[in-house]
Design a protein. Structure first.
Length: 176
């Protein structure tokens, strides 16, 4: 955390994976962020950020979107400016969905998937999807706003057998 009073103020989520073997269809993984208000903290997201989009207020931005896993460094990057989110937002859930263009792919079939959540130079978590090998989508983490306004971070790994559109609607369900 950046301080005891402010909590997490700005976070970066990075995702990488190895390209599919030569001659096989490309693997396309996507970071997804779902925002929730105090009126519906586990139901329908207020909005989603995914596939090259950004939040309506510009506080959550997908900066890099890869469709193949090729290249150096990270394949996808998302920035969350939590300290700028409106007061009605109390929860942001971070997940990853596998695009299913060429049949069902699971995390166990993707070579070296890895997601990392950072606050500045501090690593909040790094995760390799080993706990959800048969899932086609998974939540990884969430940020929750306390009554004081401070944001906290916690791991929240849950695997889903869902296409990206369905995943976006259901990823924040259940207990916080």
């Amino acid at each position: 955390m950046s301080s005891l009073n402010k909590g997490v103020t700005k976070a970066e989520v990075t995702l990488k994976w190895d390209p599919s073997p030569l001659g096989e269809p490309d693997h396309d993984l996507d970071i997804v962020a779902a925002t929730y208000t105090s009126a519906d903290p586990t139901g329908t997201p207020s909005y989603l950020v995914h596939f090259g989009s950004r939040s309506p207020d510009g506080t959550i931005t997908l900066n890099r979107d890869s469709r193949t896993g090729q290249g150096f460094g990270t394949d996808e990057e998302m920035t969350l400016e939590l300290d700028r989110l409106g007061a009605s937002y109390i929860r942001v859930v971070i997940g990853v969905a596998i695009q299913q263009r060429d049949g069902d792919r699971t995390f166990g079939e993707i070579a070296s998937p890895r997601i990392q959540v950072l606050e500045g130079y501090t690593e909040l978590t790094e995760y390799d999807f080993a706990d959800v090998p048969t899932a086609t989508a998974a939540t990884v983490a969430e940020f929750v706003r306390a009554e004081s306004g401070a944001w906290s971070f916690r791991m929240a790994v849950r695997g889903f057998d869902a296409d990206p559109q369905s995943f976006g609607r259901i990823m924040g369900g259940g207990a916080r």
